[in-house]
Design a protein around this ligand. Structure first.
Ligand code: IFM
Length: 459
């Protein structure tokens, strides 16, 4: 099977996020975010690395847009830094922050690249965390206010909007395992955070009308390691996938997940699920890997114990281990399984209301080396090719897939891993900030070129 034959109008993109690339954390009135605070704490990020400079995109955005144009991208997915445009997370707006995104968007449009804007990619303004963060309901309302003000400023030139990127990570890595900012290990707070992130999504959808709006979830294909592990697979699927999908697309939390959690749900107010399931125009799906899970002794059916602080993101399901299914892995240790992407997309078609889909992140970290001005990243090319074939296969099966965004455009700050994990199509020398397209970038550009060349001319 080939990677040529995508439908006309298919969005060919790459994705980034503000904190991972911008740097300039104290410039032009930006306020502190939870990631500034978190990275300043010893032991939280490998090598003590921070986002202070990142890859200096704030100053180099014009060059970066030129790189995108050279690759032939038709769309670019980026996120807005909330503390850059609203330093305290509420109240005063910082016009210089908004101006940066206006300039970026104008630059994209001048190069014929469609800007896809994500409002929240994990950089909560620190004052909102000081007031309780996502476990507190008010944060969702502050988010809606922020969504409204960014929309007012940019709706004339940005047509596709996403609300919250990967709420699972923000809730469970941020508040249960503490691997991500704000680094709290409070399982009950993590569930409250998940609900308020969902609520924030729904409120923002309403604030962003009449623009085209989507929610963005990170989905996994999940398999039981053995016949005895089906319940473990159900539980992990519930927390990882269905807690968000069912809420957004069906307007209800999955009863089995609520049973597993066995906690007071007083923070779910009447009317919340209607807000959360406000109709959206598309679903953005981030896909990387498959989880193969097994139940460990001692935890099988004791599942309904109230969540305790175990340092695991799998609230209430800590006795489940992730064994791997024997497939090759990336530098993150993540199993490579393009079949899982087709499985996830097929499931969305079969189990959820019909909705246009986009693969909004997909990619892999490998230990790249720059030699003689080239990065020969054959493993990344193979990864991208297999996943693009899965996309084409999905389209062939009638799944309404409308775009693909490689993660990431450029090497960048990989959260708790610092700069040690390179996901980019474009290599970045973190000392000099020199950008060098890897072989995968050149390959992707050629796939885009060939697909565009095959589009009917009158479309
Ligand atoms: O770098 C992250 C991104 O911020 C969110 N999705 C997964 C990527 C790789 O870990």
């Amino acid at each position: 099977m080939t990677t040529i034959g995508f439908p006309p109008g298919f969005a060919w993109g790459a994705a980034t996020s503000a904190f991972q690339i911008e740097g300039a954390v104290s410039e032009d009135g930006r306020g502190p975010s939870i990631w500034d605070t978190f990275t300043a704490r010893p032991g939280r990020v490998v090598g003590g690395e921070t986002g202070e400079v990142a890859i200096d995109h704030y100053h180099r955005y014009r060059d970066d847009v030129k790189i995108m144009a050279d690759l032939g991208l038709s769309a670019y997915r980026f996120s807005v830094s909330w503390p850059r445009v609203q330093p305290a997370g509420s109240g005063r707006v910082n016009p210089e922050g908004l101006d940066f995104y206006k300039r970026l968007v104008d630059e994209l449009l001048e190069h014929g690249i469609d800007p896809w804007l994500t409002l929240y990619h994990w950089d909560l303004p620190q004052p909102l965390e000081d007031a309780g963060g996502w476990p507190v309901r008010d944060t969702a309302y502050r988010f809606a206010e922020y969504a409204h003000l960014v929309h007012e400023a940019l709706a004339d030139r940005v047509h596709t909007w996403a609300t919250v990127n990967e709420p699972w990570c923000a809730a469970f890595l941020g508040y249960a395992s503490g691997e991500h900012a704000p680094g709290r290990r409070e399982p009950v707070s993590a569930i409250r955070a998940a609900h308020h992130l969902n609520l924030a999504h729904g409120l923002a959808v309403q604030a962003l009308r009449p623009s085209r709006v989507g929610g963005c979830v990170n989905l996994y294909a999940i398999s039981p390691a053995t016949e005895d592990d089906h319940d473990a697979a159900r539980r992990i699927d519930g927390l990882q996938n269905r807690l968000f999908l069912d809420a957004l697309l069906k307007g209800a939390y999955p009863p089995d997940v609520l049973r597993d959690l066995d906690m007071d749900l007083g923070f779910v107010h009447d009317g919340d699920m209607e807000i959360i399931s406000t109709p959206i125009d598309l679903l953005l799906v981030n896909y990387y890997s498959r989880f193969t899970v097994s139940q460990q002794p001692g935890g099988a059916a004791s599942a309904s114990a109230a969540p305790t602080d175990s340092g695991s993101p799998w609230v209430g399901s800590e006795h489940i281990s992730f064994s791997g299914g024997g497939r090759p892995v990336t530098a993150m240790g993540w199993e490579i399984d393009a079949g899982g992407l087709l499985e996830v997309l097929t499931r969305l078609r079969d189990e959820y209301p019909a909705i246009p889909l986009v693969v909004s992140e997909n990619g892999a970290a490998f230990d790249d080396t720059l030699t003689g001005g080239r990065v020969h990243d054959a493993e990344r090319i193979a990864y991208l090719e297999d996943h693009l074939k899965a996309c084409l296969d999905a389209i062939g099966h009638g799944i309404p897939l409308e775009g693909y965004f490689a993660w990431s455009l450029m090497d960048n700050f990989e959260w708790a891993w610092g700069y040690g994990k390179r996901f980019g199509l474009v290599h970045v020398d973190f000392g000099t900030q020199a950008r060098t397209p890897k072989d995968s970038a050149l390959w992707y550009a050629e796939i885009i070129r060939q697909n565009k060349a095959h589009e009917p001319t009158d479309s």
